[in-house]
Design a protein around this ligand. Structure first.
Ligand code: S3P
Length: 177
């Protein structure tokens, strides 16, 4: 099925927001970042939501935002948060309402990019970040694959290459429809 809603899924720091913005530009679609959407609609930062309301409440807000955006008109690229796939309802929505693409990164790539991007990730503010990343990635890997129609192994790729790859895949998909 062809959607004009493309969702990028993948682990924290896999490049969803940066790639999403560039992909939206290449397709002349709008760009929405789910975390930023949540921050503007709640008036709180993601770390603040985790600290004051807790992860369960964050997941509730995240699910509501994903469902609302899945019903919105227009053509857009959505950069999801890395944990969006943890809820079965979200996985169903990602298949039903979106054409989802998995940006797949190795744990070493994720660590390198986390150091470079500097954003606070509450789930990784832990003593042993390396094993937390491996553990979470192991748990989520099958979910990222399950919801996605396409996977890009991003480790050795820069942003324009990833965008080109996704655009080429989309045009093959659309040619088939
Ligand atoms: C999370 C990923 C974050 C953000 C929150 C939880 C996760 O988004 O939604 O900190 O559970 O993986 P990014 O993937 O954009 O870092």
């Amino acid at each position: 099925m062809i959607h004009q809603r493309i969702a990028l899924v993948g682990f924290m720091a896999s490049g969803k927001s940066t790639v999403g913005r560039a992909l939206a530009k290449a397709l002349s679609y709008s760009f929405v970042d789910l975390d930023q959407w949540i921050e503007s609609s709640t008036g709180r930062t993601i770390p603040d939501i985790f600290t004051t309301l807790g992860e369960v409440e964050f997941r509730r807000i995240e699910q509501a935002a994903l469902f609302d955006l899945g019903q919105a008109d227009g053509a857009f690229v959505l950069a999801t948060g890395g944990g969006v796939v943890t809820r079965p309802e979200n996985r169903e929505a990602l298949v039903r309402d979106w054409q989802s693409v998995y940006l797949r990164a190795r744990p070493e790539t994720i660590e390198r990019r986390l150091d470079a991007d500097g954003a606070v990730r509450p789930l990784l503010a832990v003593a042993d970040r390396t094993s937390t990343i491996r553990h979470l990635l192991e748990k989520r890997e099958a979910w990222y694959t399950e919801v996605s129609s396409h996977t890009v192994n991003v480790d050795e790729m820069d942003v324009p290459e990833i965008v080109q790859e996704v655009v080429a895949w989309l045009s093959r998909e659309r040619g088939r429809a």
